[in-house]
Write a protein that binds this ligand. Structure first.
Ligand code: AHR
Length: 650
């Protein structure tokens, strides 16, 4: 790859010849490099209830009753006016060897017109939307005296309003799956509701699984929440890194993300403990991740388990590691293999005959934490096996330039390295001007696979104090994010992909483990943080040529790209100061610019943010800019992020 030294030379030259006006200079005489077309993407894992209680649209919490071995958490008895019911976990009566317990509902007295049974509180409520069809399904069997039916309803928490109701009939002593549609009428949206199952007569019914889905994105049966998907699609992501993060590693080898346990019908998925302190249903399995990519027109960046887990366990390279290497090869076959391969055929059986596109496979996650220093040898074993079977795939090492050189992989040359930056706003402002400038342009490609700015340098994202702060970051953090994104964009000939992390947070108390997060939600509403909008402004306005830039006599940082097809020049400018900046914008190497351009601006007080109750306090605003020419002055508002779009004229 060509050395990108033009920026530095240009900056020095400009510094010596220009006056003291705050100036942002762009060299449009020639491109300084090519912008990576995959620069902006997403990273995801199960954290902060990202899937269960988040993107994965299932509404029933503890749907297979395995969340707690002692009690049926999130389920409660519904007894009313002299009726009587009990519920209990029953491990002697399970649907199959994956769903190892069932929930036994016994009604001893059923009063006419009074619902008697059990209720599920959902993930902080069951969202009710007007005129909406919900798909309810159960796995159930009954004792021989019970002749049914079982009534399923969505009911307000106070029991007064039944939003939708239907009946499952034909339940016998044999396990069977039942499904029905529940339709709401003209209800006002609310999450103050629960899912209630009642019996009209005494009897016992065992449930192996209870599920309720609202309409999903692209109507996928085991699909994703529409409002959250819309927010993601609006970011125009080119890739999705999954399934972690720490989630791929698990606390222990046994609790890693085992992809084979996440495919097939949901009744075949036992779920597993997630390292972020709660149980994952595995409803969001390998195929769901891949279809999620497909639905966003993004490419998967597949992280495979590489023999290191968070509590410090590692698998020795060599024969001990070999089964894990084979497992990764099979996982890749599931993703890209033809239907005449074993795992390609399994994918077809699971409902997706066409192979997915895959370019990058990441070996593990943050393996610099492995004190045994086994990563180099583990990486080599995976690398050799993957390259032998799939020579065109690119293999990513999880140890990048943010870690000491001595910890890097040396025995092989990774195609790409992944570096992570959780930094305070001040630190990003300080480090961004020089970030990556000195990187070896002949070295591996770079992926910034996790990054985010946080406001208070004393409160780190993973510390308990962070959970006392609002779940999503403020305008201040967006400023830190934007200067770092501009730096990555300036170096996007080498930094080919970047993604903010974590992506999601359920804002309910007790739901979150990490902050800051990009997108917040509860059962019924969703919103983007200022950081989300800053990212959107960057990702949706990107040229294909990097132009060299220099900031002179100003604290404004930025980047410039050009769309080679239209000639449009796109400047990203960030003013971290509390005062407006009259910025001279010098564009060298152009004869003329259209006098009319446009500006997309995100600005606000540093402490301002969006929230679940005020979802649009900080959003980008588009305006027309007049008087544009190769040297013109643009007034940057205080604490602002601006995308300027300028048209070149010949
Ligand atoms: O993004 C949260 C966590 O930060 C990720 O799981 C891990 O990779 C990193 O340490």
């Amino acid at each position: 790859m060509k050395k990108l030294t033009t920026s530095l030379i240009f900056a020095t030259a400009m510094a010596t010849c220009l006056a003291a006006d705050p100036t942002f200079t762009v060299d449009a005489s020639r491109p300084a490099g090519k912008v990576s077309p995959k620069l902006y993407g997403l990273m995801t894992e199960e954290i902060n209830h990202s899937y269960d209680g988040g993107l994965y649209a299932e509404l029933i919490r503890n749907r297979v009753f395995l969340d707690d071995a002692a009690t049926p958490v999130c389920w409660s008895v519904v007894n009313d006016n002299g009726s009587a019911a009990t519920i209990a976990l029953d491990s002697t009566n399970s649907f199959n060897d994956k769903l190892t317990t069932s929930l036994r509902l016994t009604v001893t007295k059923a009063a006419k017109d009074h619902p008697t049974g059990m209720a599920n509180s959902g993930y902080w409520g069951i969202p009710v939307q007007p005129r909406t069809s919900y798909r309810a399904s159960i796995l159930a069997r009954a004792d021989s005296n019970f002749s049914g039916p079982v009534t399923a309803s969505i009911v307000s928490n106070d029991g007064r309003t039944v939003y939708a109701t239907g009946k499952f009939s034909g339940i016998t002593t044999d396990w069977k799956r039942f499904e029905l549609t529940l339709k709401t009428g003209r209800a006002a949206p609310t999450a103050a509701a629960r899912f209630v199952i009642t019996l009209d007569q005494p009897g016992t019914v065992w449930f192996g699984l209870v599920s309720l889905f609202p309409p999903t994105w692209n109507d996928r049966p085991n699909g994703l929440r529409k409002d959250l998907m819309q927010m993601l699609v609006d970011l125009n992501p080119k890739f999705l890194r999954f399934p972690g993060g720490n989630y791929i590693e698990g606390d222990t080898v046994e609790t890693r993300f085992e992809w084979k346990k996440t495919i097939g019908p949901i009744e075949e998925r036992h779920g597993h403990p997630c390292p972020w302190g709660y149980r994952s249903t595995d409803g969001m399995g390998l195929l769901e991740f891949l279809e999620w990519c497909e639905d966003m027109k993004a490419e998967p960046v597949l992280a495979v388990y590489a023999g290191y887990s968070l509590k410090g366990m590692h698998v020795n390279p060599g024969p001990d590691l070999e089964p894990f290497v084979q497992d990764a090869l099979e996982e890749i076959e599931y993703v890209i293999g033809d239907t005449n391969t074993t795992w390609g055929a399994q994918r077809a059986k699971d409902g997706h005959p066409a192979p997915f596109k895959l370019t990058y496979v990441e070996i593990g996650n943050e393996d610099w934490f492995d004190k045994s220093k086994s990563y180099d040898a583990r990486f080599a074993q995976f690398y050799d096996a993957i390259k032998a079977r799939y020579p065109r795939l690119k293999v990513i090492s999880t140890i990048g330039n943010d870690q000491p050189e001595t910890s890097h992989v040396h025995s092989r040359r990774p195609d790409m390295t992944d570096e992570h930056y959780y930094r305070s706003v001040d630190e990003f402002i300080r480090m961004s001007p020089e970030y990556a400038r000195k990187y070896d342009r002949t070295g591996p490609e770079i992926f910034v696979g996790e990054w985010a700015a946080y406001e208070d340098p004393k409160v780190k994202p993973w510390e308990a104090g962070a959970r006392q702060q609002p779940p999503t970051p403020s305008m201040k953090a967006a400023i830190g994010d934007a200067v770092f994104m501009a730096a990555m964009e300036r170096n996007s000939d080498l930094i080919l992909m970047q993604c903010y992390a974590p992506l999601f947070v359920n804002v309910n108390p007790g739901a979150r483990q990490w902050r800051p997060d990009f997108i917040g939600y509860d059962a019924i509403s969703t919103y983007g943080s200022p950081s989300y909008y800053a990212f959107q402004m960057f990702s949706r306005n990107l040229g294909d040529e990097i132009l060299s830039t220099a900031s002179l006599e100003t604290s404004v940082q930025g980047s410039a790209t050009r769309d080679s097809k239209t000639g449009e020049i796109i400047l990203k400018l960030v003013n971290p100061k509390a005062t407006a900046e009259s910025l001279k914008i010098e564009i060298k190497g152009l004869n003329a610019l259209d006098s009319k351009g446009s500006a997309i601006t995100l600005t606000g007080n540093l402490e301002d943010s969006n929230s679940i109750t005020q979802t649009k306090k900080i959003v980008p605003v588009t305006t027309t800019v007049r008087g544009v020419k190769p040297g013109f002055t643009y007034k940057m508002p205080p604490h602002s992020i601006v995308v300027l779009k300028l048209k070149a004229r010949s």
